[in-house]
Design a protein around this ligand. Structure first.
Ligand SMILES: *Cc1c(COP(=O)(O)O)cnc(C)c1O
Length: 409
């Protein structure tokens, strides 16, 4: 008899984005003449930069010729890409990360989900609230939790509420937390963490022998130089943090697929007897067993992000999205909303008016302004009463959507 992984039944039924899709479809079917503007799902809209496309083509051409053909690549990823990452993303900012600490993958969603496999099932996981749903759902799938209570919290997960009161930077848990997911710039709130705030997290992790799982998918949107782009800009993080980065939002790779995970030599986890073991060899073992690498043309394309033209073109696209975010922020403020984020991040986090719930606000702006956003409560109970607008959109649509929202009664 085949036994199912019953942990899957604990997951909340309607995942957020299918439910949004369902309501939008229903509205569009009833109102075929209305043009709906989508600012919901965080997917990029601008095409790949020319320098990236050119490198992508070159990679394909090399595979098309017997003399330059390649089959399986190195398991950790090609050295040319890992070297470019180490130099441009870390060493140039004074952070000592070596190409050997970098593991190329097909996505940070997969990596942030898969990473738990190398840690024992007794670990207590801490997450922000609201949060990118992947961290919670993969924790549930792995069997580390009980069921979900009526408030929307899973038994066994430590939630760190991120609210207006604490400026969306979580209070560190008072109870035991072994693996702590942090995401800055944050999805969904669009807020960032300062060096001092991250230092507190690193100190907590060092003191408690915990590991920080730091998702920096949106680091490219940081324009304020005082805000750290990497957790390793914080002293001590090289002993207690794993960092996840992705080319998805940085360079429009959501459909192309390329990301990487950084695990420095000094990051340790413990066996039952309390002996320390480096984590990096375990991730190497996991990846080389279960993953066969990202395609060569895609890695070539990713490396072009670091070429002089690539850097310039990519930063222009980022600036485009950030200008969208600025327009959205200002328009929403003019319309009388309290707005967070959207400065060093592509998300604007809006407080609904008069205590309206996130889903009521969703229905209101869908029906009356024909604009789609994401209900904050879909990211966790502390997101209730908030709403996320994504700056990944065409400029004309941003202007039109904001005009309609301003005209709401
Ligand atoms: C978009 C996103 C990612 C990137 O995922 P990929 O699988 O690399 O496309 C990772 N973390 C967060 C929080 C995101 O929003």
């Amino acid at each position: 008899m085949a036994i199912i992984n019953e942990n899957y039944f604990k997951l909340k039924a309607g995942y957020l984005f299918p439910e949004i899709g369902r309501r939008v479809k229903e509205f569009s079917e009833k109102n075929p003449d209305k043009k709906v503007i989508k600012m919901g799902i965080g997917d990029v809209t601008q095409p790949l930069a020319p320098a990236i496309v050119e490198a992508f083509h070159q990679g394909v051409e090399e595979l098309a010729s017997a003399s330059t053909f390649r089959g399986y690549g190195p398991e950790q990823g090609y050295a040319f890409l890992r070297e470019a990452i180490a130099e441009n993303d870390y060493q140039s900012r004074g952070v000592n990360i070596s190409p050997d600490d970098i593991f190329i993958s097909d996505g940070s969603k997969c990596d942030t989900g898969n990473i738990q496999e190398i840690f024992g099932s007794d670990n207590v996981i801490a997450v922000g609230d609201p949060v990118y749903p992947v961290y919670v759902d993969t924790t549930v799938m792995s069997g580390k939790t009980g069921s979900c209570n009526s408030k929307g919290y899973f038994e066994g997960i430590v939630y760190m509420p991120c609210t207006e009161a604490n400026n969306f930077v979580p209070e560190l848990p008072t109870e035991k937390a072994d693996l702590i997911f942090l995401c800055y710039p944050n999805n969904p709130t669009g807020t960032v963490a300062t060096k001092e705030e991250l230092k507190k997290c690193v100190d907590y992790a060092l003191k408690n022998k915990s590991i920080i799982l730091y998702d920096a998918a949106y680091q490219a949107f940081i324009t304020d130089d005082s805000i750290p782009r990497s957790i390793y800009e914080i002293e001590g993080a090289e002993k207690c943090a794993i960092e996840f980065r992705s080319f998805s939002k940085t360079a429009g790779f959501t459909g192309t697929r390329c990301a990487f995970t950084v695990i420095p030599e000094g990051v340790m986890a413990y066996d039952k007897a309390g002996n320390a073991h480096p984590v990096k060899p375990l991730w190497n073992r996991r990846q080389s067993t279960k993953f066969n690498g990202v395609s060569y043309p895609v890695q070539k394309a990713a490396a072009a992000v670091y070429s002089p033209e690539g850097k310039k073109q990519v930063s222009e696209t980022i600036a485009y999205y950030l200008e969208n975010a600025r327009i959205m922020r200002e328009s929403l403020e003019e319309a009388g909303y309290t707005v967070f984020g959207g400065v060093n991040a592509p998300y604007v986090w809006v407080k609904t008016k008069g205590g309206m719930t996130s889903w009521d606000f969703f229905d209101k702006i869908l029906n009356e302004a024909n604009v789609v956003g994401t209900p904050g409560s879909g990211f966790g109970p502390s997101g209730e009463g908030y709403f996320r607008f994504s700056a990944f959109a065409d400029r004309d649509n941003v202007h039109e959507a904001m005009k309609r929202v301003k005209n709401l009664k």
